[in-house]
Design a protein around this ligand. Structure first.
Ligand code: ADP
Ligand code: ZN
Length: 216
């Protein structure tokens, strides 16, 4: 199964991605997570990406595309993959299409998670992330069983630097300008599945799974 998850920051991509990756036993490839790991380890890629991420800007396409191309070469992607946070620009989508074409692979579906701006803002400002496994929580709507501790792995929860109000606004603006055009792009290719993700965490998984049944 080869899938892409689209949706604004805070639309629930991370949680949905973790669920789908488990369901189909495919790697969950989050470009945001890969950047954050590189920043933490202070690699050259991390140093370069950090300046953009801190300002709520996108990391340049060339850097991002090379990183994903490299990741998709790894053996665990042979059974498929789920991309979360990539592509984020039409140029990235075109680069991905070329990459897949070369290997005669096709995408099964692109799932777009829809959410109102209001919900996005409240989800992002209350978001907490597990430092160990990346699972996300929300201090208002999706609390961990024990404050500050991940239910799944016991890791410590923290608030991302880029989840500050000014940065959130910038990220949303980027999303509308640079990423939203991808829903038309994939709709024209007849692989877009739109899912309303306003409900509680996890509640739209059944709708996604049933849409994917016809596309596997
Ligand atoms: P969110 O979806 O909540 O914005 P991510 O973890 O996906 O968070 O991404 C965090 C940041 O990493 C983005 O704001 C951006 O700076 C950078 N980033 C992630 N994926 C990409 C991408 N495909 N292209 C460019 N920048 C990216
Ligand atoms: Zn965890």
């Amino acid at each position: 199964m080869r899938l892409i998850l689209l949706g604004a920051p805070g639309s629930g991509k991370g949680t949905m991605a973790a669920d789908l990756a488990r369901e189909y036993q495919i790697p969950h490839i989050s470009t945001g997570d890969i950047f954050r790991q590189n920043i933490k380890a202070n690699t050259p890629l991390g140093q370069e990406a950090n300046q953009y991420i801190q300002n709520g800007a996108l990391v340049p396409d060339s850097l991002t595309i090379a990183m994903v191309a490299d990741r998709l070469e790894q053996a665990d992607c042979q059974r498929g993959f789920l991309l979360d946070g990539f592509p984020r620009t039409v140029a990235q989508a075109e680069a991905l299409a070329e990459l897949l074409e070369k290997r005669q692979l096709r995408l099964n579906a692109v799932i777009e998670l829809e959410l109102s701006d209001e919900s996005i803002l409240s989800r992002l400002s209350g978001r907490r992330v597990c430092a160990t496994c990346g699972r996300t929580y929300n201090i208002d709507s999706c609390r961990p069983k024990q404050d500050g501790i991940c239910d799944i792995c016991g890791g410590t929860l923290y608030q991302r630097d880029d989840d500050k109000p000014e940065t959130i606004r910038q990220r949303l603006a980027n999303y509308y300008r640079q990423t939203l055009p991808l829903s038309d792009y994939y709709e024209q290719k007849n692989i877009l599945v739109r899912i309303n993700n306003e409900g509680e965490v996890g509640s739209s998984l059944p709708a996604v799974l049933s849409a994917l049944k016809e596309r596997s």
